[in-house]
Design a protein around this ligand. Structure first.
Ligand code: FES
Ligand SMILES: [Fe+2]
Length: 349
């Protein structure tokens, strides 16, 4: 894991690192893939991000302060750094240098950072037409990024870990699950009889007894994120019910043992009566999502990271795709060269 940060430039890709509401003028420190950065807002409210080491002699910029001009003033010798990264000595004013400031976005309720030259087109847009972003939150996994990736790449744990999402053991014989591996993305398609929420919640969601539950997802690697569309269909007509929601999880490596999962939830309600219940549906969906990701975090800390290639593991059609996922992560996200990934038909169910 530690090798990753030496070899990789993951900041080629925008990463959501902090909730927008928690960033004010005060300096915040974050860790991304073992490297530390400082973030704050300048006088215009725009997020500013730098590596944590002062360019003068490396003191932690997180110990500094923001002055009235919106400059970061280092706590050691008071060098001032402006929002575009120009640093100047107060005692030898002709001594200046440039700090490698990062590009920032304040979008969808999060602060995102990437290398300064990252084009806007690299931003991983994930809001789907017809859906509304109803909430976002940050979750902490005491687990390496590989384990987090495994968790978001299979549904077998749903039988044990989840309450609302995925199938329960009672629905085992109704499970139809397929995966598709492409060069730059992987897919999962789950169809099973719904395991049932408490009756009142099901009716709010327009779910009828015997309905099928679906979780279709796409996972992408620039940066690591999966969008999981949860919806229900009539078991006979296959007509889709009016309410559906998409959970998009960005997997952000913190260090060798910790990851952040930045979660965004979108919802669509295609029924005028159920639309009246939007506040209740929104709240229930957010609570359900938080509860399920909390359950994931609870077990991820005890999951194993190795073996590297999974040859000793007893993988089945429900979790076999975690290995191509890992290889795509190494190849695309961590930019390692030597990873051959099986695609398309080569993955058997
Ligand atoms: S180390 Fe920051 S001003 Fe000297
Ligand atoms: Fe899960």
């Amino acid at each position: 894991m530690k090798k990753h940060c030496e070899e990789s430039d993951i900041l080629k890709f925008p990463h959501p690192v902090l909730k927008s509401s928690s960033l004010k003028k005060k300096i915040k420190e974050i860790t991304l893939n073992e490297k530390k950065y400082v973030l704050y807002r300048d006088n215009d409210g725009k997020p500013v991000a730098f590596p944590i080491a002062c360019p003068h002699r490396g003191a932690l910029l997180s110990k500094g302060k923001i002055n009235k001009k919106g400059e970061l003033v280092c706590a050691y010798h008071a060098w001032r750094i402006n929002a575009s990264g120009k640093a100047q000595s107060p005692s030898v004013p002709n001594k200046t240098c440039e700090v490698h400031s990062l590009k920032t976005w304040d979008k969808y309720g999060f602060i995102w950072i990437a290398n300064k030259d990252t084009p806007d087109e690299a931003f991983p847009e994930f809001i789907r037409p017809g859906y509304e972003l109803i909430g976002k939150f940050s979750s902490h996994f005491d687990a390496p990024i590989k384990v987090a990736l495994d968790n978001f790449g299979e549904i077998e744990h749903a039988f044990k870990v989840h309450t609302f999402i995925g199938p329960g053991l009672n629905e085992l014989n109704t499970v139809d699950f397929k995966v598709k591996i492409e060069e730059e993305q992987t897919f999962g398609f789950l169809d099973c009889k719904y395991r049932n929420m408490p009756l009142f919640l099901s009716s709010f969601f327009g779910i009828k007894k015997g309905d099928h539950y679906h979780n279709d997802w796409v996972f992408r690697f620039k940066p690591l994120h999966g969008s999981y569309r949860n919806y229900w269909t009539d078991k006979d007509t296959k007509a889709e019910r009016a309410v559906s929601f998409i959970i998009t999880s960005f997997l952000v490596p913190v260090n060798a043992n910790e990851s952040k999962i930045q979660v965004f939830v979108q919802m669509a309600v295609n029924n005028k009566w159920l639309k009246l219940l939007f506040p209740v549906l929104k709240l229930s969906t957010l609570l359900i999502t938080k509860f399920e990701i909390w359950a994931d975090a609870g077990i991820a800390r005890y999951a194993a990271e190795d073996p590297e290639d999974g040859t000793n593991w007893k993988l089945t059609y429900l979790d076999k795709q975690i290995m191509p996922n890992r290889k795509l992560m190494d190849k695309i996200y961590f930019q390692k060269q030597d990873k051959k990934v099986l695609t398309g038909e080569e993955i058997e169910h």
